[in-house]
Design a protein around this ligand. Structure first.
Ligand SMILES: [Zn+2]
Length: 347
């Protein structure tokens, strides 16, 4: 496979460059690629807006291998994200991604934490099947799940999510882009942006294959969607289920406990793909450790409140008995304790 790419450099630092993929420009042979080059358009206007420059014309090259996808079931694949903080070396490849292939089109569930990871995912999907990606379903607002979506938008896919998602990202995009730009740095982060997002329909038909979506109330975040592939009974939970990787509470503790109990009661889930860890679990494997963590968070917080402990002291020990059970615990637990304390304080 050959692809058309363009070198993009920072306007302020023209030696810092990344080679970016042009969506929809994957070709079987070099000759076909070069023929398509003549028509390849570069949006100079939007480059200036993003403070980028393209010092030379787009060119053809042989396409890289793309993100590693493992098979869950016929037509269902998952790319497991690393259990790490986003960094220059992982480019934000720290969350799980699903791919479901129907008879007429493909859905991608989540998209990785940068444009570069989105492109690696796009390469992997393109080499798996010639069908178009009709939908990218974003399970919630967190940047490690949404920042890879723009390449799919450019290829014609609809980017869809919870009815709250577009607004939530509008409010947070500056902070999210700055935060991930600091962690990943340049050149890896060059070209990353948030595409516009539509509200998803509750059922997505990929041709002979239906995905049913559930839009949950405030839990992990206020934008959580889960996706169920009826054909393989595979449930993509997004970050409503964390496994191995420390949970991150950015919505409501009580809300998350209720939603998790609902997921545990959902009949007929054969494969659960969590947002982090796994990547293919039974419902109990996926949800029991998280249920326990949330219970500890609640119990410890209620005890601290009962003793009139101040928040600054309380968050030092709330949830701490779980420290050995989760990777990256220190990065997330204090914040989770703060959210829990603030929520339960006013009950
Ligand atoms: Zn998340």
């Amino acid at each position: 496979m050959f692809e058309i790419v363009v070198t993009l450099c920072l306007l302020n630092s023209p030696d810092t460059c990344r080679v970016q993929l042009l969506a929809g420009e994957q070709h079987q042979s070099k000759a076909l690629c070069e023929a398509a080059l003549k028509g390849a358009a570069l949006l100079q206007g939007t480059l200036a807006e993003k403070r980028l420059i393209a010092p030379q014309a787009p060119f053809c090259r042989s396409a890289g291998p793309g993100l590693a996808l493992s098979k869950v079931s016929d037509g269902v694949f998952v790319a497991k994200g690393l259990i790490e903080e986003p960094s220059a070396s992982n480019k934000g490849n720290v969350s799980n991604i699903g791919v479901v292939i129907g008879e007429t089109s493909i859905a991608v569930i989540d998209s990785g934490g940068s444009r570069a990871i989105g492109e690696d995912l796009y390469r992997a999907v393109t080499s798996l099947s010639p069908l178009p990606v009709s939908h990218v379903i974003l399970t919630h607002m967190h940047p490690d799940h949404v920042f890879g979506a723009s390449v799919f938008a450019e290829s014609g896919a609809r980017i869809v999510g919870h009815p709250n998602l577009q607004r939530a990202l509008q409010d947070r995009q500056e902070a999210y882009l700055a935060g991930f730009s600091d962690l990943i740095g340049n050149p890896g982060f060059i070209g990353t942006s948030i595409p516009s997002i539509e509200s998803a329909e509750p059922v997505i038909d990929l041709g002979g294959r239906r995905l049913t979506l559930t839009f949950w109330p405030n839990a992990h975040t206020a934008t959580d969607v889960t996706v169920f592939d009826e054909k393989s009974s595979t449930f993509f939970s997004g970050d409503l289920v964390f496994h191995d990787h420390a949970p991150a509470l950015d919505g409501s503790l009580k809300g998350w406990q209720t939603v998790l109990a609902n997921i545990q009661k959902t009949a007929n889930i054969q494969n659960l793909v969590p947002g982090h860890g796994g990547p293919v679990l039974s419902v109990s494997e996926g949800t029991n450790p998280l249920q326990h963590y949330l219970e500890v968070l609640e119990t410890d917080t209620r005890t601290a409140l009962k003793h009139g402990e101040r928040i600054g002291d309380a968050v030092e020990h709330i949830g701490r008995s779980e420290a050995d059970k989760w990777a990256l615990f220190e990065l997330f637990n204090t914040r989770n304790a703060t959210v829990a304390y603030t929520e339960l304080e006013w009950e």
